[in-house]
Design a protein around this ligand. Structure first.
Ligand code: AMP
Length: 395
């Protein structure tokens, strides 16, 4: 902890500057998936119930510091009104006088914060200007917390600040997963490449008890031990790094689990003919063979491991889950983790990259303890990095 929540703030009669993530998909001016908007609705309702009036700050797309009409937030107003159940007033160029002229129960939406380069530069003048628009700052955009921008950190240093309900849920889940977990704690780290997960692996092996490595990444670890894996996705230049990570894990007392078998095919396509092949340091595949998923023995071993854990962090699939049947191990193990969660034996926290899509495919999204939709910020937290947007709430 160390950060305040809405419960700690006096909001009555206050204009509450609220940083949100409403970067939703829009087609032909209509919101096609309102999930991100729905997730901030409890924060908006709570601020209003406490007598505060939310002044929403958000970015949309990547306008690169210039006004881009297609990236205006104005078309989102109807979707916000539906989710919040109240009128929302949009303002392109806000001033405190204009805000004070609005009814006390108004919800105000300010135009895209990234329409000026001052936002991403965390310009002190922009932070001052934003701070002048409110009395209290509430940050509910965990997904933007790894960026030090004027609307995420600059303003937090200038006003009494707190986490919104979504940020609070996200931070509580992440703290329960890694800062202060019930042990034993394990992690599944899968996905395509070791190179994008180096910081994650180095940090996790120091903090957790069991690390399950899957996906294309596992190929690199197996190859580093001598396996010859044909045309499998792997990073030959990272064999030393993979061995270093295994040594670090050993020194820290973290057990590493690599696949003991794999679903192997000659074509990277749905329904490709495949066989299950034992994987170890002596495995030699033909030049055109690819390991596209963990095999059934690996899935059984991973599932048995989950039953020994109290906490599980999940990032990345165990195989090329987009093409059937190479989603088999991901789906089977995700379902096992979900069942343990439902029966109260396991706390499961997942996020980053393709993880949400993979878990949705397994149909378990509802049953994990927490699934973060915050991609980059989730990974940076798991890498042990300080998130400026969270640090600014600790003042
Ligand atoms: P990431 O974004 O790093 O989490 O990687 C996810 C991607 O890795 C997905 O698109 C998967 O299809 C891919 N992937 C996982 N395992 C394999 C594998 N054994 N061979 C090829 N691609 C894989």
């Amino acid at each position: 902890m160390g950060w305040k929540t809405l419960d700690d703030m006096d909001l009555n009669g206050k204009r509450v500057l609220t940083r949100v993530d409403i970067n939703v998909p829009v087609e032909d001016g209509r919101v096609t998936d309102a999930t991100r908007i729905e997730r901030i609705a409890p924060t908006i309702a709570d601020i209003r119930a406490r007598g505060g009036s939310p002044v929403l700050l958000a970015h949309f797309g990547r306008p690169k510091g210039k006004p881009v009409p297609e990236m205006s937030l104005e078309p989102l107003v109807p979707a916000l009104e539906t989710a919040f159940g109240c009128p929302v007033s949009f303002v392109e160029r806000p001033s405190r006088d204009w805000i004070d002229s609005q009814p006390q129960d108004a919800v105000i939406l300010v135009e895209n914060t990234r329409f000026t380069p001052m936002e991403e530069a965390n310009d002190p003048q922009m932070a001052q200007f934003l701070a002048s628009l409110g009395d209290v700052f509430c940050n509910d955009a965990f997904s933007a917390a790894h960026r030090a921008h004027a609307s995420t950190t600059g303003v937090a240093h200038l006003l009494p600040s707190c986490a919104g309900r979504l940020m609070q849920a996200e931070l509580s889940a992440l703290e329960a997963a890694l800062s202060n977990p019930e042990r034993p704690v394990g992690a599944v780290v899968g996905g395509a490449k070791v190179s994008t997960k180096l910081d994650l692996l180095h940090n996790l092996v120091k903090k957790i008890d069991v690390l399950v490595i899957g996906g294309g990444m596992a190929n690199t670890f197996l190859a580093a031990q001598g396996a010859r894996l044909g045309a499998s996705l792997q990073e030959a230049d990272l064999h030393d790094t993979a061995r270093d990570i295994l040594a670090e894990a050993k020194a820290a007392g973290c057990t590493v689990i690599l696949p003991v078998d794999g679903r192997v095919a000659r074509k990277f396509e749905a329904g490709a003919a495949h066989e299950i092949v034992t994987l170890n340091a002596d495995t030699v595949l033909a030049d055109d063979q690819m390991v596209l998923d963990a095999g059934d023995a690996s899935a059984a071993m991973i599932t048995a491991t989950f039953a020994t854990l109290k906490t599980l962090i999940w990032n990345g699939p165990l195989g090329a889950f987009e093409i059937s049947p190479f989603d088999t191990a991901t789906v089977a193990t995700a379902r096992a983790a979900a069942n343990l969660t439902v029966s109260g034996q396991l706390v499961t926290v997942a996020g980053g990259g393709d993880t949400v899509a993979a878990l949705n495919q397994a149909g378990v999204a509802e049953n994990f303890t927490y699934i973060s939709t915050a991609g980059g910020a989730f990974l940076e937290w798991m890498e042990g990095k300080e998130l400026p947007g969270v640090a600014a709430l600790m003042q």
